[in-house]
Write a protein that binds this ligand. Structure first.
Ligand code: FE2
Ligand code: FE2
Length: 398
């Protein structure tokens, strides 16, 4: 006798992953996505953004924030299930401030812009990257299947709020924004878990569809791609805006010698101490001893300094984003530039390219005085990062 035949439907059906393991796989895909390496987040973590940078970033993000209820409404219009529509309406209601519309999230964000960053909201001009991001976002919620819109908004939007806003808060704190101004972010780090749960249930209502997981992955990926590209575009703009004033003044063909600039600010004698002390360091174990003063020139690109090194001492071995020309006023010795040593005496000049490791050693019996002409006032603005920590020995005393 033959055994009882296996039902054909069982044999033919591939072993399906459970929804939980599919969700875990989608969440693993999300948390490893290149979105998390976007340059805006990297700058927030590094404390590299100033209040002015954030004024620009969040004035652009405002377009997204104030349109958020439209994204939810797009999904709402595409949902067939009336109970799920009711639950999504609850999300919308809370986003709208519930019975207190002055507490709607768009208004809380506007309050952050006004009180926290000092932005005149009415004067904001949205860049094309912000318009494109918001247009694409809305189209993906309004003109796509409910499964696509729910994966886009749940896994790819609500699900990343807490981690994303924690990174923004880190950057804002490092830029000196006061804690009480960060309500919008704290509110979402704390409360959007409930919103995410509703979105998750909407998403799982479609899980009987055979291609549920690959569709979710594709929608999630698109959402994260769009946001990564938006944030990277904002960082491009942050960098451009930092040096934009320089570019404009270069092309205006007008003297920058203002009436408020005194003659004394135009003359500098490196033999005398007449500038502001920039830094100094002394580490006996490494034979380090030097001071660096800054000339009072009202320059916007060139930063002129005087480095003084006592006999038989040297300065720190270091590197930085700015270019430097050393002119040796007094003292004899040598300069290390990456793997080369260049002998120097009074009247010599040495060029140090950007990011080349360098060090000056005074090998003689008289003080070494170096006039160092750098482009620090330009590169200091253009460099996104903690300039001081890249250029100086850690823990060095000023
Ligand atoms: Fe919100
Ligand atoms: Fe240097």
């Amino acid at each position: 006798m033959h055994g009882q035949a296996e039902p054909i439907s069982n044999i033919a059906r591939p072993s399906r992953a459970t929804p939980d393991s599919q969700l875990a796989s989608l969440q693993a895909y999300e948390s490893a996505h290149s979105f998390w390496n976007n340059r805006l987040f990297a700058a927030c973590r590094a404390g590299a953004l100033t209040k002015a940078d954030f004024q620009f970033v969040f004035s652009q993000y405002y377009l997204y924030s104030k349109n958020f209820t439209r994204f939810l409404s797009g999904l709402l219009a595409n949902l067939d299930d009336d109970l799920l529509r009711s639950r999504l309406t609850e999300n919308l209601w809370e986003e709208g401030g519930g019975a207190a519309p002055e507490q709607r999230h768009a208004q809380i964000f506007r309050n952050f812009l006004t009180a926290g960053l000092g932005i005149d909201v009415a004067a904001i001009q949205f860049e094309s990257c912000a318009r494109l991001f918001v247009d694409q976002f809305l189209a993906n919620c309004l003109h796509a299947s409910a499964l696509h819109a729910s994966a886009f908004l749940s896994l790819g939007t609500e699900g990343i709020v807490s981690r994303s806003y924690t990174i923004f808060v880190e950057g804002l704190r490092k830029a000196g924004i006061e804690e009480q101004q960060l309500e919008f972010f704290h509110l979402h780090i704390a409360c959007d878990d409930a919103h995410a749960a509703t979105m998750h249930d909407i998403l799982c209502s479609f899980r009987e569809q055979t291609d549920w997981e690959p569709q979710c992955r594709s929608s999630l990926g698109l959402s994260l791609d769009l946001r990564r590209d938006f944030f990277d575009a904002l960082m491009n703009e942050v960098q451009r805006r930092r040096v934009d004033g320089h570019l404009q003044r270069i092309n205006q063909k007008q003297s920058l010698l203002g009436a408020d600039i005194r003659d004394e600010q135009l003359r500098f004698l490196p033999a005398e101490k007449q500038g502001a002390t920039l830094y100094a360091n002394k580490v006996d174990a490494m034979n380090i001893e030097f001071t660096a003063d800054r000339a009072p020139f009202p320059a916007e690109v060139i930063d002129t300094r005087v480095v003084r090194i006592p006999p038989h001492k040297n300065n720190e071995r270091h590197k930085h984003a700015h270019e430097t020309v050393f002119y040796f006023v007094s003292g004899t010795g040598r300069v290390m530039v990456d793997d080369r040593w260049i002998a120097v005496k009074p009247g010599d000049s040495v060029f140090v390219p950007r990011w080349a490791v360098h060090q000056s050693q005074n090998l003689g019996a008289t003080e070494m005085v170096i006039l160092a002409i750098t482009d620090f006032f330009l590169t200091g603005k253009a460099f996104v990062g903690d300039y001081e920590s890249t250029a100086r020995m850690r823990g060095a005393a000023h």
